[in-house]
Design a protein around this ligand. Structure first.
Ligand code: 13P
Length: 266
C-alpha cells in the first residue's frame, strides 16, 4: 500500500449464488464491514451475476459498497443478443465494471483490441473499470510474464487519454493463481505491480502511474491478504472464492485498511 492511493477491494462473485443467497451475502457483507470497522474506509465493491445486480443493489441501498458488473458489451446498443451494455449497468445502479477477466480472455477468446473497445465504452458511460491483466503459467515459465502483461496494457489502454483513463483500476491476476489456491508471493506481486506502473508511466506519465490503483487477484484469502497488501505497489485485491463468504471478504477489507493505515494513509 501507499499512503496516496486509497485501497480498492472487489468481490468477483463469478457465476455463483442465486437470487436469495446473493441478497443474503450482500446483507451479511454490509454487517461484516461495519463490524470490521472498514465500512467507507476503503473502496469496496461487489460484482454479482447480471440477473442479481438489481436485487443486490437494492439490498445495498445507501451502503458505500460499490455495485459492479462482471463484464459489458463492446457496443453501446443494438442487435447483440445476450449482451449487456455499459449504459444498462449504469441504469440499474452499477458504478463499476470488470473488463478482460482471464476467464473471458482465455475462456472466451477476448483479445486486447476488443477489450479496448469495452474499456472505452465503459468509461464513456461513466463507469469505473477494473481492467484485468495477467500471464499464464507457461508464459511465466518462459520468462515472458512482464512482456505479456505490458502488451495487454498497451493494447487495452490503446488511444484512451489520461483524463478518460484515470477511472481505471488495473487488476493483476496471474492466470495460474486464479482459483488454484496457489498465490503469487508478495514479492512476485510487487515486482509485477512495479512493472505495470512503469508501463503506465510510459503510456501516460509518472503522475498518472503514481495515482493509478493496481490491485492483485488470485487465491487471495483472509490469511494471506495482509502480506500481499503490505507491498508498496499493491493497492488492494480482486477476490473470487473468498468474496463469497462475508466474514472472509470483510477480513480482507480490514487487512487492506490496516495496511493502508500502516503506510500512512487515512
Ligand atoms: P480466486 O480468488 O477464486 O482465485 O479468483 C480470483 C479472481 O479471478 C478474481 O477476479
Amino acid at each position: 500500500m501507499h499512503a496516496s492511493r486509497r485501497p480498492f477491494v472487489g468481490g468477483n462473485w463469478k457465476m455463483n449464488t442465486d437470487l436469495a443467497s446473493g441478497a443474503e451475502l450482500a446483507d451479511a457483507l454490509m454487517a461484516a464491514l461495519v463490524a470490521a470497522g472498514s465500512e467507507g474506509v476503503i473502496d469496496a465493491a461487489v460484482y454479482p451475476p447480471f440477473p442479481y445486480l438489481f436485487t443486490v443493489g437494492r439490498t445495498l441501498g445507501h451502503s458505500p459498497i460499490l455495485l459492479g458488473g462482471q463484464d459489458c458489451a463492446a457496443e453501446a446498443s443494438g442487435a447483440f443478443t445476450g449482451q449487456v451494455s455499459a449504459d444498462m449497468l449504469c441504469d440499474i445502479g452499477c458504478r463499476s465494471v470488470i473488463i478482460g477477466h482471464s476467464e473471458r480472455r482465455h475462456g472466451l477468446q477476448e483479445g486486447d483490441e476488443f477489450l479496448h473497445q469495452k474499456l472505452a465504452i465503459a468509461l464513456e458511460s461513466g463507469l469505473q473499470a477494473v481492467l484485468c491483466v495477467g500471464e499464464t503459467l507457461a508464459q511465466r515459465d518462459d520468462g515472458l510474464a512482464e512482456a505479456v502483461v505490458a502488451k495487454q496494457l498497451r493494447g487495452c489502454f490503446g488511444t484512451l487519454t489520461a483524463e478518460t483513463a484515470d477511472r481505471v483500476v488495473v487488476a493483476y491476476e496471474p492466470v495460474w493463481a486464479i482459483g488454484t489456491g496457489r498465490t503469487a508471493t508478495p514479492q512476485d506481486a510487487q515486482a509485477m505491480h512495479a512493472s505495470i506502473r512503469g508501463v503506465l508511466a510510459d503510456l501516460y506519465d509518472s503522475r498518472f502511474a503514481a495515482q493509478t490503483r493496481i490491485i492483485y487477484g488470485g487465491s487471495v484469502n483472509a490469511k494471506n491478504a495482509r502480506a500481499i497488501f503490505a507491498e508498496p505497489d499493491v493497492d488492494g485485491g480482486l477476490i473470487g472464492g473468498a468474496s463469497l463468504k462475508a466474514e472472509d471478504f470483510a477480513s480482507i477489507c480490514r487487512a487492506a485498511a490496516e495496511a493502508w493505515s500502516a503506510a500512512g494513509g487515512h
